[in-house]
Design a protein around this ligand. Structure first.
Ligand code: KG4
Ligand code: ZN
Length: 374
């Protein structure tokens, strides 16, 4: 573990939440993909310390996450990350009330390492343990901290039920979040996730990994009208997504262009045109979701975006506009809480602990674990 890989984040106080009773402190551990992260979060919505050890530099040369390398890197990092987090929060393990860790879905080698670390600490200290679904971490973190895209300073209280666009490297779903542990699937991708589409386009253009932030930045400098990408399923009813057709269209377009024509402006325009297709698909599907009988019956007040792709500036802006047109609030986590992180696991741990969902017997971490099976 090198110091360069550590993104230290002391977020300080976010917003007062529950001052009525005793404050509960949770240590959360995340290890489901290529970040080893730990955070200490309290039930008053304060992030006392947050350490993210990013393995991106280790996977970059392979153009994506190599599961075996990820698992080894988690083993080497996890103890140090937890120790540093406690130190930064000026706490000892005795001060912690609850331990939480990702128990799936994700790359199982990594999940097992974080989960075993959490289990070991909980058993040794006799503290309650929460098995957090990684997707629930993404889904609930806007309740820890969220603002609108245009006013990132004012915190928004995200109350149940809310309409969630969950877009990450592994998932792309529209969900009605009724409560902790209560998710209704409104639509999902039939093939690739949105994050995967960003990563694959970046790979085709040799832009590096992960592709999302690079394509996002390139798109800001490009002309979104120069290339035409398909908008799969947008002429069909329903709320499902399909991104593989966009990827194939990109491959076919690039195959026809001589390499000498692929200059900086070409790349920027290509990224902008691709991103605009993804944005159109997301807004089209959300538009349909708002007309869905289940959504109408629940009357969610807030439209929320979460997951790594929620960092995308164009997606945040388009969703904020759609929410406005639909007389809804719009909320997104701060950038640092969109991609994988320990704070979202600690927060989901606290929310589950509050309703008594703690581990009472040994459980097997799950590589696949849909939100509808909580
Ligand atoms: O949630 P996350 O950290 O990991 C999973 O649970 O999968 O999401 C990672 C994904 C990657 O595919 C990455 O390219 C994408 O989020 N991403 C973005 C942006 N930042 C990260 N996609 C589009 N625009 C961004 N700015
Ligand atoms: Zn994630």
């Amino acid at each position: 573990m090198t110091d360069d890989n550590i993104i230290r984040m002391d977020m300080g106080s976010t917003q007062s939440y529950n001052n009525s009773g005793k404050t509960t402190l949770c240590l959360g551990i995340e290890s489901s993909c290529d970040e080893t992260s730990a955070a200490i979060v309290d039930s008053d919505k304060n992030i006392l310390a947050h350490i993210i050890y990013s393995q991106i530099p280790e996977h970059q040369k392979y153009g994506g996450v190599v599961p075996e390398l990820a698992a080894r890197a988690h083993i080497l990092a996890v103890d140090e990350v937890i120790k540093l987090t406690l130190e930064r929060a000026n706490k000892t393990i005795d001060d912690i009330d609850v331990i939480a860790a990702t128990a799936g879905p994700g790359l199982i080698g990594g999940v097992l390492i974080g989960w075993m670390a959490a289990t070991g600490i909980a058993n040794a200290t006799n503290k309650p343990l929460v098995a957090v679904n990684h997707l629930e971490g993404h889904a609930l973190v806007p309740r820890l901290s969220a603002a609108s895209a245009s006013d990132s300073k004012t915190n928004i209280d995200v109350e149940f039920p809310y309409l969630l666009m969950l877009a990450s490297g592994g998932h792309c779903q529209i969900l009605l979040v009724h409560n902790v542990g209560k998710y209704e699937l409104i639509g999902q991708t039939l093939d690739d996730s949105a994050g995967e589409a960003f990563d694959k386009i970046a790979k085709m253009l040799n832009l590096g990994y992960p592709g999302g932030p690079i394509v996002d930045n390139r798109a800001k400098l490009g002309n979104a009208k120069r290339f035409h990408f398909p908008r799969p399923l947008c002429d069909k009813p329903g709320c499902d997504f399909s991104f593989s057709g966009i990827k194939t269209a990109a491959r076919m377009m690039l195959d026809k262009i001589p390499e000498s024509d692929i200059d900086e402006q070409f790349i920027n325009d290509f990224c902008a045109s691709f991103q605009s297709a993804v944005v159109d698909c997301i807004t089209n599907r959300l538009h349909n979701a708002l007309k869905d009988e289940r959504v109408k019956a629940s009357q969610p007040k807030t439209m929320v975006v979460a997951g790594g792709v929620a960092k995308n500036s164009a997606i945040r802006a388009a969703m904020e506009e759609l929410a406005k047109q639909s007389n809804m609030l719009f909320a997104a986590p701060p950038m640092s809480l969109c991609t994988d992180n320990g704070a979202m696991i600690a927060w989901a741990g606290l929310e589950n602990y509050k309703i008594g969902k703690v581990v009472t017997e040994p459980i097997a971490p799950r590589p696949r674990w849909p939100l509808t099976e909580l």
